[in-house]
Design a protein. Sequence first.
Length: 112
Amino acid sequence: MKINDVYTKEEFNEMTEVQNKYFLLKHSLTCPISANANEVYERFQSEANYPLYRLYVQKSQELSKHIEEEQSVKHESPQLLVFENGRAVANVSHYDITERFLQQHNRFRAPE
């Protein structure tokens, strides 16, 4: 799946309404650790079963703060969040953003 960049609260709210599950990477354009996390995320595109989104922290500070407040998840950068049914159900930051974490959360769940 292609990574889609998100910049505004309106875009975030719309994708949350439309998507049951998705990944969101909060990426800093100036941090080498974030550059590494972004590379991991970009390599993951070809195997993703769920939509992938990316937020550039420097360009979307208002949205980043909105997510922190709405989801009660402390802001970090880089940070990878997994959303299901409008809620952040998992998140990792810095060197914990790995292919293994993405693969663990990429599995389909049987309907309940």
